[in-house]
Design a protein around this ligand. Structure first.
Ligand SMILES: NC(=O)C1=CN([C@@H]2O[C@H](COP(=O)(O)OP(=O)(O)OC[C@H]3O[C@@H](n4cnc5c(N)ncnc54)[C@H](OP(=O)(O)O)[C@@H]3O)[C@@H](O)[C@H]2O)C=CC1
Ligand SMILES: O=C(CO)COP(=O)(O)O
Length: 322
């Protein structure tokens, strides 16, 4: 039987633990907070992050990372901006493992994605990325979901694909780690922008234009960093961009909608695209890449611009070929 360790009991980690356990794996789900662990053990449910979903009996919940099996997959399901610190604290337990990052974003300090952070902290580990269109709530309900599993070592990737696929969770394999992780990171920034367009009443046509031009700037960054444009055309890029820019289940989209309406947004909600917008704007600046939508979102979040000014700046750019 496959044993899987899931580190991070947020909505996504819990949903993945549940679906993998339903698929027959023996899952250990780790959360940092012993109180939350006790609550999950007592109620058989993660009431804080994924209420209403029963944990199968083959999910063991713990707040200790004392032993992580060496040859079994480890899923990292923490928010992106906490990953670097977590890896550095836990490298003794994690190095040498197959570490599958499920977070979407770019680290604000190093301007790197999860695979590079893993490689730096745990040089003997096999880094992989699990990404694509998938809301935790959908996965937890057992609805069909398709994701990209990217690993530079294709043999290791094939094994991970096999172990992490279930009858309702279909994984496609890729060796393009850069393309896959950038798709998941960058689409969140465009989703905030799409939310702003919707929230401020600019219309569906404007949102479609923004998604398309957002995709163009995502492709520029993927190509610049050595990823493959065809990866971006798959689940991890196009697929997740469409999902996140069109569904109010998305926190990034809802955050953008609140901005567009001039409403407050609960600061405790994980909105990966906010930090990633700033990181990507900095990276684009360093590399001389034109990423106007990302730059506008970063400027809006830093209150350097109003929405009206951002829209006007985007529309008054010089006319160019598509
Ligand atoms: N939710 C979804 O539908 C999807 C999420 N993802 C990605 O998964 C990642 C996690 O998101 P999600 O599960 O939704 O997040 P949630 O907001 O649901 O939960 C975040 C979890 O991370 C924990 N956490 C925060 N900081 C640390 C830390 N320093 N050390 C250890 N644990 C920490 C929190 O613990 P505590 O409660 O103690 O603060 C909490 O359990 C994100 O990158 C997201 O983009 C990807 C696809 C779908
Ligand atoms: O990445 C996701 C869906 O694929 C989840 O999106 P949000 O983080 O915007 O909720």
């Amino acid at each position: 039987m496959t044993r899987i360790t899931v580190l991070g009991a947020g909505a996504f980690g819990t949903a993945l633990a549940v679906t993998l356990a339903r698929g027959g794996a023996s899952v250990t789900l780790w959360a940092r907070n012993p109180g939350q662990v006790a609550q999950m053990q007592n109620t058989g449910e993660n009431k804080a992050r994924l209420p209403g979903v029963k944990l199968p009996i083959n999910v063991a919940v713990t707040s200790e990372i004392s032993f992580v099996p060496a040859d079994e997959p480890v899923l990292l399901t923490l928010p992106m901006q906490t990953l670097r610190g977590f890896l550095s604290e836990s490298r003794a337990q994690l190095d040498g493992r197959k570490l599958v990052a499920c977070c979407k974003g770019i680290d604000l300090t190093t301007l790197e994605g999860p695979a590079s952070l893993i490689a730096r902290a745990c040089p003997k580990a096999v880094p992989a990325i699990l990404t694509g269109p998938s809301f935790a709530a959908d996965i937890a309900r057992g609805l069909p979901t398709a994701l990209t599993l990217a690993c530079a070592d294709d043999a290791a990737g094939e094994e991970l694909q096999r172990r992490l696929s279930t009858p309702v969770l279909r994984l496609y394999r890729s060796t393009d780690v850069t393309g896959a992780e950038l798709g998941g990171a960058l689409k969140n920034v465009i989703a905030i922008a799409a939310g702003i367009v919707t929230g401020s009443g600019l219309g569906d046509s404007a949102r479609a234009a923004l998604m398309t031009r957002g995709y163009a700037e995502m492709a520029r960054m993927v190509t610049e960093l050595g990823g493959r444009p065809e990866t971006l055309a798959g689940l991890s890029g196009f697929g997740d961009l469409v999902l996140t820019c069109t569904s109010t289940q998305s926190r990034n989209f809802r955050f953008g909608m609140a901005l567009g309406r001039g409403e407050e947004f609960d600061p405790s909600v994980t909105v990966e695209g906010a930090a990633t917008a700033r990181a990507v704007a900095a990276l684009a600046g360093k590399r001389g890449l034109d990423m106007p939508i990302t730059a506008m979102i970063a400027a809006l979040l830093d209150r350097k611009l109003t929405i009206a000014e951002a829209v006007s700046a985007l529309l008054s750019r010089p006319l160019k070929q598509e």
